[in-house]
Design a protein around this ligand. Sequence first.
Ligand SMILES: Nc1ncnc2c1ncn2[C@@H]1O[C@H](COP(=O)(O)OP(=O)(O)O)[C@@H](O)[C@H]1O
Ligand SMILES: [Mg+2]
Length: 224
Amino acid sequence: MPDVLENEIPHIYFKDVTFSYPGKKENLILKCNFSIEKPGFWMVVGKNGSGKSTLLKLINGIINPINGVIQSNANIGMVFQNPDHQILMPNCRSELLININQNISDYEINKKIEYVLAQVGLNGFEKRPVHTLSGGQKQRLSIACVLISNSNFILLDEPTALLDQTSQLRVLKTVKDLTSDHKRPLSALWITHRYEELTYADSVAELKNGFLSSWQEPSKFQYN
Ligand SMILES: Nc1ncnc2c1ncn2[C@@H]1O[C@H](COP(=O)(O)OP(=O)(O)O)[C@@H](O)[C@H]1O
Ligand SMILES: [Mg+2]
């Protein structure tokens, strides 16, 4: 069965987006403008409390802006900071199964499971109980779940915050590979407060005082 979204380039577009939580006087996001119009590894950096998670909630429609326009044709998948808040099933195969949203044969299901596990470096992990996985392996399983659901745009909210350095690098490299796959690159928006992660990105912006800076190459990125 062909993927419906195969030939569509996913985009996200923000025009003068303003947001504040109910009862708060100050706008957390103020006249925010940006767009992501091509696949790649996009990173937003910002301090704790700067509104990074709120920005992702606006993108995937969990909350609505009080002013401005958000447009997207992307089929969005999420990866959260704590994989234990995301993974529901007891083993890798069953977790992947609940994320398949197509009516396909058992043969195709098995092929897909094998394929996405290989994409995240978890070859042969089908039967592994989730509780035996490391934090980084769980994050890569969460990424595989996004892939198997046919999402074409992945939002990652500080996915390495709870990981040791080795696992952090594996997760970073997994997303780097997926976003630079020349045949079918994924779009990824990675949120972080760790400046050392920015070197992996294609483009970087900083969220500060409600504003998102323009996109910059990581080597030219200057934060204030
Ligand atoms: N549901 C909510 N209701 C009210 N205030 C919130 C809510 N969620 C977050 N906030 C506040 O908004 C600010 C930004 O939060 P958040 O987007 O989670 O920042 P970050 O992800 O950058 O740490 C914080 O001051 C936080 O307390
Ligand atoms: Mg956050």
